[in-house]
Design a protein around this ligand. Structure first.
Ligand code: G6P
Length: 479
């Protein structure tokens, strides 16, 4: 279960209704996993007050949960995206704490839990996804101790000093600890969580977290050193990935390769195409990227017409004030840069405020000589992995922020600190001038990593660890 289903309900201008792929990395990662499983996906269809029955879509069983307009405002835009999201992303934007938002978060988490309880079989497995649903594991555990419950956090988990701000920190930790396995993107996220559990709840956290339970609790899994009955919870990093072969395959299609050439032509055949692809979010470092690129143009280190930056910024959370402000700021700086340095033929930045189908994205990846991922904080950043998986030709340069989870794995990228504008500019110039041989050496190593560690491997390693916590006898001893 996740807040969003893999598709959003849309109503076209002519009144006709249909479905559109939902935004974000969670859906990109989980869709292939759910297509090859016989489970159901419980989530919201992206519009308020929609009453929908469970249905089948593209090989998946989807079970919609209804959210009212008020739920969307207080649970989704409010507590999820204006409290937890900024808090968990290094407080880049200030989190807002509202008690009514919290109350609504509790109520909506309860509704999601109930939707699962209606359909899950005895001894079933439930895998809860992401920060919008952190209370669900405990709610499920209390109602049904027979269930095996996993939780995966797609976004960062903050350091203790930041997490401690949250007025409901204890409730959130207890909610998560209802799970048998809690997965994080990076080792540092898992350590941050364990530290918060130690400080706030006082539980033993190594090697597993020991949650004290009653002696007759059906979910008990062991005894602590002091002889207390406990449930053992595993909190560990499971870095998420993509269906890498699907991207490599799309990149081999002649129509997509032709489209890549066409894009290059339409951009006026520049020597170097740079690309940024992000949800329009303040965590993505889009402003830092534009600043560095703009300075390079102004300095004359990059020349308009020779170099073009294509920035795809897909619309996101547009009713949340911080996101509105960010859009204004970015559009102001793009307009200024293009106004100051554009010519009749060329604009330095080609800014696109749309989402695009996957095929078009792969064509863009193939057209891009340099991919810029400059996130200030990011759970993983799957765009970086999509770019790498698409480059069968072993060309192209990935510039990657060390603050994205992907940096733990993609070490042959040009790793940068986006706050260091001088360092970022240096990396962009290095990328633009990189010899094909160095591009190939780096890209080959990056591709090996992404193709070997794909999303199927991620889900099976998580689910194997999950099965092992409840039924160790059924799992091979390799874990
Ligand atoms: C990130 C989150 C997802 C979320 C997605 C899109 O990837 O981890 O949980 O669904 O962003 O954001 P949205 O608010 O549009 O669902």
């Amino acid at each position: 279960m996740s807040n969003r289903l893999p598709v959003d309900r849309i109503v076209a201008d002519d009144g006709s209704e249909g479905w559109k792929v939902s935004p974000g990395g969670l859906v990109t990662a989980l869709e292939p996993v759910m297509r090859s499983s016989d489970g159901a996906w419980v989530g919201w269809a992206g519009q308020p007050d929609l009453e929908l029955d469970p249905f089948d879509y593209d090989g998946m069983r989807l079970v919609p949960v209804q959210l009212s307009k008020r739920d969307v405002e207080q649970y989704y835009e409010g507590f999820s995206n204006d409290t937890i999201w900024p808090l968990y992303h290094d407080v880049i934007a200030p989190p807002t704490y509202h008690r009514v938002w919290w109350d609504r978060y509790v109520a909506v988490n309860r509704r999601f839990a109930d939707a699962v309880l209606d359909i899950v079989e005895a001894d079933g497995t439930v895998w809860v996804q992401d920060y919008q649903l952190q209370l669900v594991p405990q709610m499920l555990r209390e109602a049904r101790p027979d269930l095996t419950i996993g939780f995966f956090n797609h976004i960062p988990f903050p350091p203790y000093g930041i997490f401690a701000q949250l007025p409901w920190r204890k409730e959130i930790l207890e909610g998560l600890l209802g799970a048998d396995v809690i997965g994080f993107q990076r080792q540092s996220d898992a350590s941050g969580f364990a530290r918060a559990v130690r400080h706030i709840l006082g539980h033993v956290t190594t090697p597993t977290i020991e949650v004290p339970v009653a002696d007759d609790d059906a979910a008990a899994t062991g005894r602590s050193k002091k002889g207390r009955t406990v449930r053992r919870v595993l909190a560990k990093a499971f870095p998420i990935s993509i269906d890498a072969e699907q991207y490599a395959e799309m990149a081999r299609r002649p129509d997509i390769q032709a489209r890549a050439k066409q894009i290059r032509q339409e951009l006026g055949n520049p020597t170097t195409i740079m690309l940024g692809v992000d949800r329009l979010d303040y965590t993505k470092g889009i402003r830092h990227r534009i600043k560095a690129f703009g300075e390079l143009i102004a300095d004359g280190a990059l020349e308009v017409g020779e170099v073009t930056l294509v920035q795809v910024a897909s619309p996101s959370r547009e009713r949340v004030e911080t996101y509105r402000q960010l859009r204004d700021e970015i559009e102001l700086s793009v307009g200024r840069l293009n106004g100051d340095h554009g010519t009749m033929e060329h604009a330095p930045i080609n800014y696109l405020h749309h989402g695009y189908p996957r095929e078009e994205m792969v064509a863009l990846y193939l057209a891009a000589d340099v991919m810029l991922v400059t996130a200030l904080r990011d759970g993983m950043n799957l765009v970086a992995k999509e770019y790498v998986a698409s480059r069968n030709d072993e060309r192209g340069v990935l510039v990657l922020s060390e603050f994205a989870g992907a940096a733990d794995e993609l070490k042959q990228a040009l790793l940068i600190n986006p706050h260091d504008i001088v360092g970022l500019k240096r990396a962009i110039v290095h990328a633009a001038g990189m010899e094909p041989r160095e591009q190939q050496r780096r890209m080959r190593a990056l591709r090996k990593r992404v193709l070997e560690h794909d999303v199927a491997r991620w889900s099976s390693s998580f689910l194997t660890a999950l099965a092992a916590t409840r039924h160790p006898e059924q799992v091979p001893a390799v874990l």
